[in-house]
Design a protein around this ligand. Structure first.
Ligand code: ZN
Length: 417
């Protein structure tokens, strides 16, 4: 896009961050990322930059969906190409910015200045980077060993400065003047530097939007912190977002407390108690199931069919899971000469065969006969084999085929004696 002929946009938010509506003239028409974009002679819209998201709003009632700066030009991106046709160069426009969104961003952005400066003022680490989105605000601090005491100290000081409602000023300074100001961080831009000062607390080079005084930030609350690439990422919320977070957390904690019939303060103890009770029940259930399986295995074995050195148990147990089927089979095969041929019906049939070594039977040979009927796959060893197949309707036939193989006396050493 040829923007060489366009004059720099006068950025009204530099002088007045509380300006919500303004009058301007369209000076250019273009596209940004394939979307229609309008350049004005002056604008209160903040373009995305310095970690602060762009404003939203309207131009003559048409929605502005994004704002991007390209060098000195601020581009107001419109939703539809048709909208741009109504805003030809020379058109007078009435611009309105979405104030709720701007105030939210100012609170988070200014809160970041405060928290970053507060970490330094309390002897903590420097901020490496800052990220502000529609859902979260984070700073990455230059220390992997940040303690909760350090976080609390910085958070407390930042709130103290907020409640003292200290004035905030923003102005462009000359190189000479800049030499007399101690900036928190060296400016990243060439040319005139905009210095944002929080009275007797912090000076930093910044092109963003800030409230007139710290009181507008309202409150700053650190929500969580986690190690991140050799440093610590601290997530926090400011102003209206603290209220939003508090409501969210209160609702979640309140619901959980109501379910456990305790107060919110008793939640950790109540959850611990509930988990302990659950662990104890799970242990008891496992013990009971094992005892039941032993009894079931014994009953099956006793009713089994003697065949030489083997005692064959062939059963269909549709109500148990595969894991229990295997346990039962092994418990049966733990008895003298025990040969278990168990099946589990369903859309897909599962079969498990376990053989006591002295039975003279081989589990994988027996399972193979069943798998042929089920058109399935599987395998295993002489003592334990299993498999499954898609022909669930043939499970009974498969069990019968396996029982037939098991009945054949292989002439095991136990029998030929
Ligand atoms: Zn700033």
């Amino acid at each position: 896009m040829d923007t060489a002929h366009l004059a720099a946009t006068r950025r009204l938010y530099y002088d007045d961050t509380y300006l919500v509506a303004f009058e301007a003239t369209v000076v250019g028409l273009g596209t940004v990322g394939g979307r229609p974009a309008i350049a004005l002679d002056r604008s209160a819209f903040y373009p995305e930059g310095g970690g602060q998201p762009a404003d939203r709003g309207t131009l003559n009632g048409l929605p502005v969906v994004d704002v991007q700066a390209q060098g000195p030009i601020v581009w107001h991106i419109l939703e539809r190409h048709g909208d741009a046709a109504a805003l030809a160069p020379g058109t007078a426009v009435h611009g309105v910015i979405d104030w709720a969104r701007r105030l939210n961003h100012m609170q988070q952005h200014c809160g970041q200045h405060l928290l970053t400066a507060a970490f330094i003022a309390t002897g903590g680490p420097a901020t490496r980077s800052f990220h502000l989105s529609d859902t979260s605000v984070t700073i990455d601090l230059d220390s992997a060993a940040l303690t909760s005491a350090q976080i609390h100290a910085a958070e407390t000081l930042a709130n103290q400065v907020i409640w003292e409602d200290r004035p905030i000023s923003a102005r462009f300074v000359s190189a000479e003047e800049l030499g007399q100001i101690t900036l928190r961080k060296a400016p990243a831009v060439d040319g005139p530097v905009r210095v944002v000062s929080i009275a007797e607390f912090d000076h930093s080079a910044c092109g963003g939007t800030h409230p007139r005084s710290t009181g507008s930030v309202g409150l700053i609350a650190v929500l969580r912190s986690a190690r991140q690439r050799g440093g610590t990422r601290v997530e926090f919320a400011c102003g209206g977002r603290v209220l939003r977070e508090l409501r969210r957390i209160s609702a979640a904690a309140g619901n959980a407390a109501a379910m456990l019939s305790v107060g919110i303060d008793e939640l950790p103890t109540a959850v611990e108690r509930a988990l302990e009770a659950q662990r104890s029940l799970a242990k008891e259930l496992a013990e009971l199931t094992e005892a039941m399986d032993q009894g079931e295995a014994q009953r099956c074995y006793d009713a089994g069919e003697p065949a030489g050195a083997a005692r064959i148990v062939c059963a269909r147990l549709d109500s148990v899971g595969l894991e229990r089927l295997r346990r039962l089979a092994q418990a049966i095969a733990a008895q003298p000469g025990g040969v278990a041929i168990l099946g589990l019906g369903g859309e897909r049939a599962q079969i498990v065969v376990a053989c006591a070594p002295e039975s003279g039977r081989e589990a994988q040979t027996i399972v193979a006969a069943g798998l042929t009927v089920l058109e399935g796959r599987g395998g295993g060893s002489a003592t334990l084999a299993q498999g499954g197949g898609p022909r669930g309707d043939r499970l009974d036939a498969a069990l019968a085929a396996m029982a037939m193989v098991a009945r054949q006396d292989p002439g095991s050493p136990a029998l030929t004696k």
